[in-house]
Structures are given as structure tokens and as C-alpha cells.
Design a protein around this ligand. Structure first.
Ligand SMILES: Nc1ncnc2c1ncn2[C@@H]1O[C@H](COP(=O)(O)OP(=O)(O)O)[C@@H](O)[C@H]1O
Ligand SMILES: [Mg+2]
Length: 342
């Protein structure tokens, strides 16, 4: 501990494709959609997070909303930098301080991110007073957050289904033994529902409405325990152009999502088939752990379990597992040094 350590604050960040979360002193102090709204004329950011998310699909020609990390790669460096910096500055404890403290941080990044993009994230963090910035890969953070002892000579499989990507990894001895990242996750599910509504109901719905359908009545299989009631959905009639309403059931959503879920299953099967036999033997006993918002889709655990013949467990709080794990890595930087990227 250095003399000036009282001037240092520690934060853990899960920079997700859909949501960014920040932990400070063991509490989640930021939980915000990874979205910025930009004024096209001045190129200035006019809103981030929830505020920007409310503008989605409702913008006029002078405003655009951007999800800088949408597909697990940085689509817009400028927007991403501004989002990172504004979200860090929005941490309540840091806003109150007279002199902005220097920060020690661990940032969790999507696995598909390139070296150049990693450096960009790190530099963005350094520009908001980040004196000591470490990065951690998403499946590692998820595993720690779920409570897996990653240092053991024992294989564990993690599947993190986020917004833009599904990250599949087998972890043992503090390392990622094999991993796969596919661009099929929550966003694709949402788009599947948009297409389905168009095709089956002649109803044009926006992304926000489709996401609501997914969360309220979404399912990965038709036969589920405690099925939700049908949902009334409003949008625009494709034929007449008039606003209209239709009723939708969870069975329809299961049909709409079937092909995309099949692709996630295939990726899991492929990762399993590349797993060395000793670790496969471990996974036979430990099963598969699911994290990320997409894992909350009704019946998805059951469907993956049927496909793989393995037990499947969903993390206690799938949306927070990664930031919790990142927070634990931050508190134990020495212990986790080998998995942190400087
Ligand atoms: N109950 C739910 N059922 C299905 N999908 C959900 C549910 N809650 C959130 N999601 C989806 O989870 C995704 C966000 O998950 P998250 O883990 O935060 O992603 P990321 O880590 O990529 O930011 C979004 O696509 C969202 O629609
Ligand atoms: Mg995530």
C-alpha cells in the first residue's frame, strides 16, 4: 500500500455489448444500456445509457443512436470512448469528490475484441484518470462471478449469452482451454421476433417492442412449465399502414427463435468436441454454466441440457455475474494477476 493510496479509488467495469455495469466498493453503482445518442450536425453526444435507449427507434434525422460495441467489436471508436468516459464519470462517489481521484480498474471486455480495440478501451479508461488499468476476458469474469474456482486442475464450461455475442469457454488452471464466440445472442433473438411478426401477423414492430415480447413471453421450447399468458402486441399493419394489435404466444416465439438457438447449440457441441478428454470427463460431472441476459430465456437451460445430455445451471443473477466476477478480480489483483491483461 502506497502513501497516496487514499487518493485512489477502485472500480470494476463490465463493458457489455448491451449493458455496462460498474462496481464501486462492492456495490453496483452503474447499470446502463451500452448506448449513446449523437447529434449528427455537431457529432456531440447528447445522451448515454437509459436516456439514449429511450430514444432508440424514435429519432429524427438529426439524432442517431449508436451501440458502440454491438457485435462484440468496437464499431465506433469515438462513441465508445465517450460512453466509457461518461459512464465512469457518472459513478456517484466519484462525482462528489473535489479532486478527482486516480482510479485502479479492471474492465471486462468481450472475447472477440482485437488487440487494437483492447488498447482503445484501455486508453479511454486512462484518459479518465485510470492510473492502473487491467482487462479481463468475459468468460473468465463470468466463471469467477458464478463462484467457480478457476485455478483448479478441473474443467468447467461457461456459456455467456449476451446481447451481441455468445461466448463459450472451457476453463481450467486459470486459463481458457478452448473457446468459441458466435454472433448469435439476444439481439439476433430480438430481430427474429421482428421478422416473425412481419411474416406471420403482417405486423411491423420495432426492436424495443420485439425485445419486450422476448422478455415477457419468450421461450426456447414450446413445452415449458408455467407458460406465460398470450401478449397483446401493437405495431403498424404492413398492408393497410394503420396501427394494429395482435395476440402472440410463447409457442410462436419459440418457433421464431428456433434456428438461432440451434446455432448456439451447434457452437456448444463444437466446443465440447474440441475439449481434451480429461476436461470433458470433468464437464460430464460439473455440467454447463449459463450466464448473460440471454440465458434467462424460458426453457433454454432445458433445451441445452437435452441436446448435450449434461446438467445445465443458470447463474444466480445472469445479468450481474460478469461484473461481480470482475469486482472479485479487482479486490484480489495479486491472486488473479495471471489472468489479467495489463
Ligand atoms: N428475461 C430475459 N429473457 C430473455 N432475454 C433477456 C432477458 N433479460 C434480458 N435479456 C436479453 O439479454 C441481453 C443482454 O444481456 P447482457 O448479459 O447484459 O449482454 P452484454 O453482456 O452483451 O451486454 C439483451 O439482448 C436482452 O434482451
Ligand atoms: Mg456480458
Amino acid at each position: 500500500m502506497g502513501f497516496f493510496d487514499f487518493l485512489t479509488e477502485e472500480i470494476a467495469i463490465d463493458l457489455g455489448t448491451a449493458n455496462t455495469l460498474i462496481i464501486h466498493k462492492d456495490n453496483i453503482v452503474v447499470d446502463s444500456p451500452s448506448i449513446v445518442a449523437v447529434d449528427r450536425r455537431t457529432n456531440k453526444v447528447i445522451a448515454i445509457g437509459h436516456e439514449a435507449s429511450m430514444m432508440q427507434g424514435k429519432t429524427h434525422e438529426n439524432i442517431k443512436t449508436i451501440r458502440p460495441l454491438k457485435d462484440g467489436v468496437i464499431a465506433d471508436f469515438n462513441a465508445s470512448e465517450q460512453m466509457i468516459s461518461m459512464l465512469i464519470k457518472s459513478v456517484p462517489m466519484l462525482k462528489k469528490r473535489l479532486i478527482s481521484p486516480s482510479l485502479r480498474m479492471v474492465i471486462c471486455i468481450p472475447s472477440g475484441i482485437t488487440e487494437v480495440e483492447m488498447r482503445a478501451v484501455k486508453e479511454s479508461a486512462e484518459r479518465v484518470n485510470g492510473k492502473e488499468v487491467y482487462l479481463i476476458h468475459e468468460p473468465m469474469a463470468a466463471a469467477i462471478g458464478i463462484g467457480i474456482d478457476i485455478k483448479q486442475p478441473k474443467g468447467n464450461m461457461i456459456v455467456d449469452i449476451g446481447g451481441g455475442t455468445t461466448e463459450i469457454a472451457v476453463i481450467a488452471l486459470s486459463g481458457i482451454v478452448c473457446d468459441k464466440s458466435v454472433k448469435i445472442a439476444g439481439d439476433v433473438f430480438t430481430n427474429d421476433i421482428v421478422y416473425y411478426m412481419r411474416r406471420q401477423h403482417n405486423l411491423y414492430v420495432g426492436e424495443r417492442t420485439a425485445e419486450k415480447i422476448k422478455i415477457n413471453i419468450g421461450a426456447a421450447i414450446e413445452d415449458i412449465d408455467n407458460p406465460p399468458e398470450e401478449m397483446s402486441v401493437q405495431g403498424r399493419d404492413l398492408l393497410t399502414g394503420k396501427p394494429k394489435q395482435a395476440m402472440v404466444s410463447h409457442r410462436e416465439v419459440a418457433r421464431a427463435l428456433d434456428k438461432s438457438i440451434l446455432r448456439i447449440e451447434d457452437a456448444i457441441m463444437e466446443a465440447l468436441s474440441q475439449t481434451p478428454p480429461e476436461l470433458a470427463a470433468d464437464i460430464y460431472n460439473t455440467g454447463i454454466y449459463l450466464a448473460g441476459g440471454g440465458s434467462m430465456l424460458r426453457g433454454l437451460d432445458k433445451r441445452i441440457s437435452l441436446k448435450t445430455d449434461l446438467p445445465v445451471y443458470i447463474a444466480e443473477d445472469p445479468l450481474q455475474a460478469v461484473v461481480r466476477g470482475t469486482g472479485i478480480a479487482l479486490k484480489n489483483i495479486e491472486r488473479f494477476k495471471t489472468i489479467l491483461l495489463k
